[in-house]
Design a protein around this ligand. Structure first.
Ligand SMILES: NC(=O)c1ccc[n+]([C@@H]2O[C@H](COP(=O)([O-])OP(=O)(O)OC[C@H]3O[C@@H](n4cnc5c(N)ncnc54)[C@H](OP(=O)(O)O)[C@@H]3O)[C@@H](O)[C@H]2O)c1
Length: 259
């Protein structure tokens, strides 16, 4: 606290905050003085109960529970970080994606943000300030057809939704931004690297190389860390970024090959 970045007193909701980039963002926001409320389906032991609300955000009801907790416990909100996202779609290209898989992608990657914003933005507009950060993915620019067509399309929808929202509420004092990570070295992706390594008869480092090759290579030679994603989000959420709105920040070690 007291350094370059300060989030003192910022009432913050961070979704998907128990693992990966979400957990790193929760930790950094707390360190920088924010009052954080986070959510996932289940709490981890290290998170104090008073800063956690359990909900399945793929449902309308789960979003209502979280929006209610924001009002009850924080008395309003200054920063929302929509970290929740992911995919469990099967491989096999478009033919493997049926109605249920498509609906699941939209329910996890688009609708939680839409529903929570609909509930919480009026309060930000009324107070004349706020920041909303949607975490998308470089896959919205660089889709991988084997298993993530639905995920990439849902993230693209989230990105366009975010842009539209930013135009509407910027004149009312609310900034709306996107962060598009490339591969993040989360616990889950290390487990994936280990699985791929085992299948290919190599070590974890070899498994990481397989993931990087699938992405077309990472010029920096490594994934981002969860903490690096958190650093960008903390800056964008802070008053230091006061004139930044409506833009998408790629953080991918150079993975996206075009400008
Ligand atoms: N990891 C990557 O390489 C990568 C790359 C590009 C973009 N991204 C994006 O970055 C963001 C963070 O990804 P991550 O990999 O760091 O996440 P992660 O490690 O998979 O963590 C997911 C978090 O969301 C919660 N969650 C999952 N399903 C939920 C549900 N139905 N309702 C409420 N909470 C739920 C999880 O807790 P519970 O399981 O207890 O609910 C957990 O806290 C996502 O938007 C992702 O799409 C990730």
């Amino acid at each position: 606290m007291g350094g370059f970045l300060n989030l003192q007193g910022k009432r913050t909701l961070i979704t998907g905050g128990t693992q990966g980039a979400g957990a790193a963002t929760v930790a950094l926001f707390r360190e920088l003085g924010a009052t954080v409320l986070t959510t996932a389906r289940s709490r981890t032991a290290t998170l104090p109960a008073e800063m956690f609300v359990a909900a399945d955000l793929t449902t309308v009801q789960g979003c209502q529970v979280v929006a209610g907790a924001v009002q009850d416990r924080l008395g309003g909100v200054d920063i929302i970080v929509h970290m929740l996202g992911g995919s469990s779609a099967p491989g096999g290209g478009f033919a493997a994606l049926g109605e249920a898989e498509w609906q699941a992608e939209l329910n996890l990657n688009l609708m939680p943000a839409v529903r929570l914003d609909r509930a919480l933005l009026p309060g930000m507009v009324a107070q004349g300030s706020g920041v909303v950060i949607h975490v998308t993915s470089i896959q919205r620019l660089l889709p991988l057809p084997e298993a993530t067509t639905g995920y990439a399309a849902a993230k693209a929808a989230l990105s366009v939704y975010s842009k539209s929202l930013s135009k509407e509420v910027a004149p009312k004092g609310v900034r709306v931004l996107r962060v598009a990570p490339g591969w993040i070295e989360t616990e889950a992706s290390v487990r994936l690297a280990e699985r791929l390594a085992e299948e290919a008869g190599t070590d974890t480092e070899g498994g990481k190389q397989i993931i990087m090759q699938a992405l077309g290579g990472i010029p920096l030679g490594r994934p981002s860390t969860p903490a690096e994603i958190a650093n960008l989000i903390a800056f964008l959420g802070s008053d230091r970024a006061g004139s930044i709105t409506g833009t998408e920040y790629v953080i991918d070690g150079g993975t996206v090959p075009t400008a």
